[in-house]
Design a protein around this ligand. Sequence first.
Ligand code: KG4
Ligand code: ZN
Length: 445
Amino acid sequence: MIILGIETSCDETAISVIESKNGTDITVLADKTLSQIELHKQYGGVFPTMAKREHAKNLLPLLKTVLNEAGFLKLKVKSVKLKVEEDLPTYNLKLATILEREPELLEQFLEYVPTIKKPPLDAIAVTEGPGLEPCLWTGINLAKALSLVWDIPIVPVNHMEGHIFSSLLRRKEISNSKFLTSNEIPNSKTQISNELPKSYQLSAISYPSLALLISGGHTELVLIKGLHDYEIIGQTRDDAVGEAFDKVARLLGLPYPGGPEISRLAEELRSGNDEVREDREVKLPRPMIYSKDFDFSFSGIKTSVLYLLKRLEQKETGLSEKVGVESALSPRLQKEIALEFENAVTEVLVAKTKRALEQYGAGALLLGGGVIANTHIRREFEKLAKEQGVTLHVPDKNLTTDNALMIAVTGLMHSSAGKNKDATGLRARGNLRLDNTHSGKEYFL
Ligand code: KG4
Ligand code: ZN
């Protein structure tokens, strides 16, 4: 099967094409991610309407690059033909209706898609949720428009299940590739990406297994009971882990996204180049670490950082009135807070995961989401897995952030789930849950 994956749930616009003959060996024909971080950095967070506009602007150029890279534009296949029973105005009207809210995308779509040959795709996998709804809609609408023009089914994908599968992708080395390399692709417009054709093998896991998904929007402990069979046993009651990293970073005067910044500072101190003071006054709570459930809460740590900064400031300046919190913050103190914060978050995550592994007798631990890029967190989970004798599955670093490869792979895993000819129910679902009996059925327009 050949699957096109589309991901637009937050601030990454991503499209990929994968091929798999057996459902476990996966060849990446193309995989591009366009990050909007630079744009959102100046505002300190992601603005949904702005993110949506960026997706709408960039999806078509990205699609062109991906189809080109996958080698589809050179294939000798038939040009796209309109369905015989439909005349051009009806057809264009349908497209205009689908892309009604994306005029810029519609214009680019009409200029480009009818002029190229129909690619040999079996399905279009698209993120239906969870995420920012305006952003999700852009990807879904593109998928619907392509599905209409190419007469190819859509497989809706849960973004969180995408993160689960991303941790199961093991990189394989391939030699004598018959695929193009980036140097052979003229006019490549995207900022980041892959460059060499990649091949992955999807690792098998035993059931039950456990997944910890930590990103800017989610913190979930998921019991994997079988293929596509999930139960969320724990989640955050307030801020997501990544969100807490970003907010604390902001308090410390660090740029967005704050996770990597905090991680860098903490690691500097941990690596011993800077001697850690024994009598550190920097002490933060480990919220809910002893609670009997598997839920998390991170907003309290953030508030503690805020109070700590205020206290330190008053102590150092001797002033009681409020001044900018960053003023009393020496680089040294900034590092100490970063370290203590990272330690606090990690200890809570590890403690809860450990208890869940024991309670459910899970055979494997899967980690996913942007925060998994954190070196300390990865290290601590490696220790935990060893201690508990469970197999640890961690995504490749390039697959921790949102990407379309994981969406295509998840679509592949679902594509045999059955046909569903009614696409009317296909819509953006901002709060879609993993245990919400996600059908994964194929939709035809
Ligand atoms: O999964 P992701 O790319 O996007 C979603 O939120 O869905 O995750 C982004 C989050 C941000 O909050 C970012 O600060 C955090 O992941 N992050 C990190 C690190 N790298 C990214 N947090 C801690 N340490 C890191 N090294
Ligand atoms: Zn994500």
